[in-house]
Structures are given as C-alpha cells and as structure tokens.
Design a protein. Structure first.
Length: 215
C-alpha cells in the first residue's frame, strides 16, 4: 500500500467483532420468540448502520417496537462487548504503527455507532493512531453509498485517488472502488464465501496483517 492516506473500516477489518455482530440480531429476535435471520437477511444488514438494520428488522419481522427502541437495545448489547472483550485482529497494531511511522494519515470510517467506535478503539489502545474516528450514522448513510469515504477523505485533505480504503465486506469494497478509491480487501471469516469476489474487486488483499508487517 503506497497511498498517503488510509481509511479503515473497523468491524471485521481492525477488530474481530463479526462473531458478536453475527449473533446480535439472532439474540434480539430470539428474546422475542422469533427465529434468527436467514443468511440472506444477514447479508442485507451487514453494511447497514444500526439505525438502518434496526428499521429493517422491525419491518421484516413486524416487531411491536420502533427502530429507535430496537437500536437502543442492540447498541446496549454490543456496547458491553466493545467495552470488555472484542479483540484486535492479530498484527493490526504493528501494521498501523508502521503506516503512521511512514507518514500515512489514517482515520476510521465504520457503520458502527460513534460512541462504540470510540469505546472499542480507545480500550484497545489504537485510537490515538488515527486522525479521527467517523461513523456512517454521523454522515447519514451506510456503505452502499460513498458518503462516509468522501467525508473522511475531505477531512484529511485527500482525494480518492491518493486514498486507500481497507474493507472486509464486498458491498463496501465495491462502493469504495466505484468512487475511485484504492481498495485493500481484508479477509474475515464472516465473508469467506465472498473472498474470491473481494479479491477480484480490490487492488490489494490482506489475508493476515501479520504477513504484511515489515520485518
């Protein structure tokens, strides 16, 4: 990666949180005596903001609550994980430190709510490596649109062509690539079935951050 600016997704890219997110909607629905979402429904929600995914669940399962109430409950569940046990992916800290030492300006752009991004990355001790942390909810659109990448790039004083976007989800990879960014596909077990497509649609790939740390 030879770009001067870098935008990192958080979940599934920097931190190994996807197993927690993968169970979140199921736990929420099972508490109400409902079956877990199908794989197709999980894929639809994967790159949505919490607000968007909550609205999707309320509508799809005809839940007797508002999207705001559903989001509040699920945010509370995930907040506990972000504050206590969601881990960094192996090699992430060292890779970020190398990029920063080489002069790359970095930020985070995540579909996760802003307070949860901050709680998680501050606990893990890497928040200070980034110029800022940005949520799709702050921007007002999920990663089916490039708004969060464009906002992040502007804040860094960058343009897409000189900015790398690190993502583990195919939809986000395609969005960033279509908007003109240099895309680095990051492998995560939650997206293993789409890894071939992610590889085909990204300019570089990272299977394991430990493999790309300079010795």
């Amino acid at each position: 990666m030879d770009r001067k600016f870098a935008i990192f997704d958080m979940d599934g890219t920097l931190v190994d949180s996807m197993p927690y997110w993968g169970n979140l909607a199921s736990e929420f629905l099972q508490d109400r005596g409902l079956p877990p979402p199908t794989q197709a429904q999980r894929e639809v929600m994967k790159t949505m903001t919490m607000t968007e995914s909550s609205a999707y669940l309320v509508k799809t399962f005809s839940l007797p609550c508002t999207p705001q109430q559903a989001a509040a409950e699920m945010n509370h569940r995930m907040a506990e994980h972000y504050r206590s046990d969601v881990p960094l992916k192996p090699g992430v800290r060292e890779y970020l430190m190398q990029l920063k030492a080489s002069g790359v300006q970095m930020c985070v752009a995540s579909a996760t709510a802003q307070p949860l991004i901050e709680d998680c990355l501050e606990r893990l001790g890497i928040a200070e490596l980034f110029s800022f942390l940005l949520s799709c909810e702050t921007v007002g659109a999920g990663k089916s649109r490039p708004d969060v990448y464009n906002t992040a790039a502007r804040r860094m004083g960058a343009v897409p062509e000189e900015t790398a976007v690190f993502e583990d989800a195919l939809l986000a990879v395609n969005t960033a690539r279509a908007a003109g960014y240099f895309v680095v596909g990051v492998y995560d077990a939650s997206g293993k079935d789409q890894w071939d497509e992610i590889t085909a649609h990204s300019q570089e790939q990272i299977l394991d951050f430990r493999d790309v740390i300079k010795k």
